[in-house]
Design a protein. Structure first.
Length: 365
């Protein structure tokens, strides 16, 4: 029997395999927040044709890849830097800016706090309130942005709440931070799943503000975490120059760089992904509306945060009921400000989603 103090990340399938005796190949992970369509079909059919690329070093500047990303996000190639996953770029950014005190909007992903700590800084959290459906309240945030804060960290859409800050509100935040000498790091890992990307993404703001850096990757939307390809968009020329100077050469291998170029042009796959997620997001919300023992928070991304209202049921109870059917959800009790009444799951294929809903409703009714 698993201890209630144990919790699993979406990538912990090997551990699940040992604890529950379920082959990892048989587990449907609703915890990893990865595109259920898998990798781009265009990538599958064409990458093998470029295998000879491993016989030479990649272009140090990754010009072709950056150009393709620029076309994809509608940004100038000079404002784009690529790295070995967004993790490398976060580390580089923290090393250079060396924030003494960072304010992180949470509950959210724990890696931000870790990176600031490794850089010798301290962190505190701006708490998104449940009674406000985890929406950001800008006047209250402004009060928390005191003179000793030099970095604001925002995940948008946020993990695990699936709430989002509009671009118009982000502009207000950037104005406040500009006046106070605060840099803003925005993680847009999940923005491509949003129904109205243009309303949420801050990429256009990089042309007007030099105190923002936006991080993205291919792990979630393009279902390729193993390629370790991330990128950042920033209008601060001096910052990008220093990041490029500090960055080790060739941190992205030749095939990963080529794969990036290919997948960003697979328009049919991108369209199909967004349609699937939009339909399932709407359908699952309607299904949860029929269950009086849960409350969900309106999702923007490809996952949903759910609160259990049934007194005797915990997040671990639902985790165990689901995993014994080969379905892995996220017990959210380890996130800051959440407890053992919260779970998160992403939207998979309709058949898998129906299977999960059936298991959850069996426990919750």
């Amino acid at each position: 029997m698993i201890k209630h103090s144990d919790h699993f990340h979406g990538s912990d399938l090997e551990t699940i395999e040992k604890v529950y005796g379920i082959k990892k190949e048989d587990i449907v992970s609703f915890s990893a927040n990865v595109n259920p369509l898998g990798i781009s079909p265009k990538l599958k059919t064409t990458l093998s044709e470029r295998i000879d690329a491993i016989m030479s070093y990649p272009d140090r500047e990754y010009t072709s890849l950056r150009k393709r990303i620029g076309e994809y996000v509608h940004a100038d190639i000079e404002n784009i830097i690529v790295g070995n996953g967004s993790t490398e770029l976060i580390s580089l950014f923290i090393q250079i800016k060396h924030p003494k005190k960072a304010l992180i909007i949470g509950p959210t992903y724990s890696e931000y706090e870790r990176e600031v700590s490794l850089g010798g800084g301290s962190t505190l959290y701006y708490r998104l309130e449940e009674e406000n459906n985890f929406a950001l309240h800008i006047p209250k945030l402004e009060e928390e942005l005191t003179s000793d804060v030099d970095l604001l960290v925002i995940c948008n859409p946020n993990n695990p709440t699936s709430t989002a800050i509009t671009r118009s509100d982000m502009r207000k935040i950037l104005d406040i931070c500009k006046q106070k000498g605060i840099f803003v790091m925005v993680d847009e890992t999940y923005v491509e799943f949003a129904e109205d990307i243009l309303k949420i993404t801050s990429v256009p703001l990089t042309g007007y503000y030099n105190n923002i850096i936006i991080l993205r990757g291919i792990s979630k939307f393009f279902a390729a975490p193993g390629l370790r390809l991330g990128y950042a968009i920033c209008g601060n020329v001096d910052l990008l120059k220093e990041m490029n100077q500090r960055k080790n050469p060739w941190t992205i291998n030749s095939l990963a760089a080529i794969a990036g170029e290919i997948m960003f042009t697979d328009e049919e796959y991108i369209k199909e992904t967004r349609l699937l997620i939009a339909n399932e997001r709407d359908r699952i919300c309607k299904a949860l509306d029929q269950c009086k023992n849960v409350k969900y928070f309106t999702p923007t991304a490809n996952f949903i945060l759910v609160k259990i209202l049934k007194e005797e049921v915990t997040s671990m109870d639902l985790f165990e009921a689901a995993i014994r059917k080969g379905l892995m959800i996220r017990d959210c009790s380890t996130f800051p400000f959440l407890n053992n009444k919260f779970i998160r799951f992403c939207f998979m294929t309709p058949a898998s989603n129906d299977e999960l809903l059936h298991v959850l409703m069996q426990v919750l009714r």
